[in-house]
Design a protein around this ligand. Structure first.
Ligand SMILES: *Cc1c(COP(=O)(O)O)cnc(C)c1O
Length: 431
């Protein structure tokens, strides 16, 4: 199986040691399951790797846009993780969970004035400014409050996109960050250092997501460290922090490689140490911001099959009771997913079909070219694996569908962390 929390017993699919068909019966479908023990295990892997390779001051930050709800912030707090947030809504949710926001990093390429006020009012520890305009806005608000706001600058290291196609966000022409190559990174650094109510504490980059490339983080680290050395040489500014962003890939399908986080972090650390030595600089405090690789394979979505449509000579459709409303990723960018017949795991899978949702959109597809048992039909349960990241957090109410609940699985027990939306919820803001 693509992850060790997925097993089969008597033809039934188990997730985190629990019978998925019984969970579907208990809670109804569509249903998001989250393996809490897996989330905690991933946090500990990152924490341990960071302590081992970067020292005690280094901190992994959970990029909470991957899956944001109260319970997850409680788990991050308990595991001693920092967090990334990208909106006032995420800040609010973290606050509701009692998360200490002095360990929060506020990202996004366009923070509104209201966001900036809200974040400062609630004591968000760090801003990660995308551009000079944002630094100005942060400076103005900090001045108004008579405080000095800690801030990092998001830079684009401009790693050759032709060699590594997946890293869309680190390119020079990205909408995110200020490019080192064009001189804008240096300009914004000088500008920020001159602001009296902003304390520049470091630099940030995020090269992309679902990254498997051999040495992408290493190359980004070298470019960033060389820039930091230049800032020290030219302006006497030694930045204490370097944040290398998120992006490690996960296995959605069997052909995806498995990344060993401990090993990967060790390799990046070795390059950082070597580069700092070469540049005669102290090793900065290192941060990384994994989102997907913390929560993706802790998630699974269960659906009930409705219509099975066979169009002889063309294709077959298996329709499920959710769709792009709870998982828009295939519709957005053709993402791979593994779909399994949860109650028929012992039957041969010889029926090729597209697993499609119930929305009024032809593009409402979960996955194409899926192999299912030929007996698949109304009432069967389909499980979609690795849905813990960018599913619930991207969900919508299109077609007035209610968002599914999130049920947490831990130590053989299950509990609701997010309730299923009701019709009442759908009309809550209708006046
Ligand atoms: C999306 C994002 C992350 C997390 O990326 P993953 O691929 O989920 O690990 C981290 N940092 C920033 C700035 C991001 O935009």
């Amino acid at each position: 199986m693509i992850c060790d929390n997925i097993t089969i017993e008597n033809g039934i699919l188990y997730f985190a040691g629990q019978d998925t068909t019984r969970l579907a019966e208990t809670y109804g479908t569509p249903l998001y399951l989250m393996d809490e023990d897996k989330i905690r295990e991933k946090c500990r892997v990152y924490k341990h790797a960071f302590e081992t390779h970067f020292g005690p001051s280094a901190q992994p930050l959970y990029a909470s846009k991957a899956n944001s709800f109260k319970r997850i912030y409680e788990i991050m707090k308990e595991e001693g993780m920092g967090i990334d947030v990208v909106s006032s809504g995420e800040i609010y949710t973290a606050l509701r969970a009692g998360f200490d926001l002095s360990h929060a990093y506020f990202h996004s390429n366009n923070k509104t004035d209201e966001d900036i006020r809200y974040a400062m009012e609630n004591g968000v520890g760090y801003f990660v400014a995308d551009n000079a305009e944002e630094v100005k806005a942060v400076e103005a608000e900090a001045a108004r409050r008579g405080i000095c706001q800690k801030l990092l600058l998001r830079l684009t290291p401009g790693i050759d996109p032709h060699t590594y196609e997946a890293i869309a966000t680190g390119k020079v022409d990205s909408k995110f960050g200020s490019a080192i190559e064009t001189g804008q990174a240096e300009e914004i650094t000088v500008f920020t250092l001159a602001q009296p109510h902003v304390e520049l504490v470091g630099f940030h980059c995020h090269v992309g997501s679902q990254v498997f490339g051999e040495d992408i983080f290493e190359r980004a680290a070298v470019v960033m460290l060389e820039f930091m050395a230049k800032m020290k040489e030219k302006y006497g500014f030694s930045a204490p922090m370097l944040d290398l962003g998120g992006g490690y890939g996960v296995r959605y399908v069997a052909r995806d490689p498995y990344l060993d986080i401990e090993t990967k972090v060790g390799q990046v650390a070795a390059v950082i140490r070597g580069t700092c030595e070469r540049l005669h600089m102290a090793v900065p405090e290192i941060h990384m911001e994994p989102g997907r690789s913390i929560v993706a394979d802790a998630g699974m979505t269960l659906y009930t099959v409705g219509t099975v449509k066979k169009i002889p000579g063309y294709k077959n459709y298996v329709s499920i009771d959710g769709g792009m409303t709870d998982n828009p990723r295939f519709a957005l960018y053709g993402s791979d997913y593994t779909c399994l017949p949860a109650n028929k795991m012992d039957e041969a899978r010889d029926f090729t079909c597209s697993v499609v949702g119930r929305c009024c959109e032809s593009g409402d597809i979960i996955q194409e070219h899926v192999m299912m048992p030929s007996s698949i039909g109304r009432g069967d349960i389909v499980a979609v694996c690795t849905t813990g990241a960018y599913n619930y957090s991207m969900a919508s109410n299109y077609n007035r569908l209610c968002r599914p609940p999130i049920v947490m699985l831990s130590g053989g027990k299950h509990y609701v962390a997010v309730r299923r939306e009701s019709f009442e919820d759908l009309c809550r803001n209708d006046v």
